[in-house]
Design a protein around this ligand. Structure first.
Ligand code: ATP
Length: 306
């Protein structure tokens, strides 16, 4: 009987897994339905992109009316400049990027690009003007070349190679047995978080959008990878209006302005040095992160010398 009960238990386990899977799919469709809320106005025009200035004016937003997430957020990103948004987990940083893409409409205030309210323009033209380097890039079950070319489907092979070089992933690809023809994704080569992010940077280099939104990975990258990614990001953001949602504070040092978000409001703003001098929230976040990074490095060195 024991021999039989083990497989039966196993079948029960599989059954529960499938049930759970179906529930998840149902929930996903519910979420997709919700997203349909944002529609183009009948008279929506394509966004006329000039230099690429972004403005948030007294933005109020809640996913659920009972729980406000942004409570009057105002900031400008002058054309070609970089603004970094930092703050504790749940402060509303990623929400700002979702709102710029108009995945949701705000309840009060306005978001403008080159003086045009994003609610007055077509969503297609809005999204074409913004390049996104997300935390976790979706890769297709196709070649690495295809995955990079996704940034601009008519790009030539040379342009794809150049973008990969600039994104600091060229040498990695060239060392793969199949090179640019290597299959990636679920059924192919699995890329690390840092590699995926560099694929996203290469895509963005091909797309060459006037506005850039970088959502930094929360996961810790080793110092060398972090430096490589930083170099690639500096290059792609040069001369472009850039908003960085920063989880690792080391990437914000050179930002033209840092916005410290807390509880849906701007708690502090300024440059890295001016905020350190202020000795407030940013300065304490910075000190805490330095300690964490140093502890991680010590642990890594200890492991390596073992
Ligand atoms: P982290 O640093 O942890 O990524 P964050 O500052 O980017 O945090 P957001 O992702 O902007 O935070 O989320 C802000 C708040 O909004 C959180 O409390 C979160 O639970 C809530 N929130 C985020 N997305 C949704 C959603 N789709 N529906 C309802 N609430 C949400």
């Amino acid at each position: 009987l024991m021999q039989l009960s083990v497989p039966l238990n196993f079948i029960g386990f599989i059954y529960r897994e499938i049930r759970q899977g179906l529930t998840d799919i149902e929930q996903m469709f519910d979420l997709l339905d919700v997203k349909q809320e944002v529609l183009d106005r009948p008279d929506a025009k394509p966004l006329a992109v000039g230099a690429g200035k972004v403005e948030f004016r007294d933005v109020h937003f809640a996913y659920d009316p009972a729980r406000p997430i942004l409570k009057g957020v105002s900031f400008d990103v002058p054309a070609g400049k970089t603004v970094a948004i930092v703050g504790p987990s749940g402060a509303g940083k990623s929400t700002i990027s979702r709102l710029l893409f108009r995945f949701y409409d705000i309840q009060q205030g306005a978001i403008l690009i080159d003086g045009q309210d994003i609610r007055d323009v077509t969503q297609e033209s809005l999204r074409a003007a913004i390049g996104m380097v997300p935390q976790d890039t979706v890769l297709f079950n196709d070649t690495i070349a295809y995955n990079i070319r996704y940034g601009r489907t008519d790009a030539s092979d040379e342009e794809v190679f150049k973008a990969a070089e600039l994104a600091q992933i060229g040498p990695f690809i060239e060392h793969l047995p199949d090179g640019y023809k290597a299959m990636v994704g679920e059924r192919g080569l699995k890329l690390s978080g840092g590699e995926k992010q560099r694929v996203a940077i290469a895509r963005t280099i091909l797309k060459a959008p006037p506005i850039l939104m970088l959502d930094e990975a929360t996961s810790a990258l080793d110092t060398h990878t972090e430096q490589e990614i930083q170099a690639a990001l500096d290059l792609v953001s040069r001369g472009r209006t850039t908003i960085v949602i920063a989880h690792r504070l080391s990437t914000v040092i050179t930002a033209d302005e840092i916005i410290v978000l807390k509880g849906g409001q701007i708690a502090e703003r300024g440059t890295h040095l001016s905020l350190l001098r202020k000795d407030g929230l940013y300065a304490s976040m910075w000190a805490r992160q330095r300690e964490a990074t140093e502890a991680e490095e010590r642990l890594r060195i200890a492991r390596e010398t073992d």
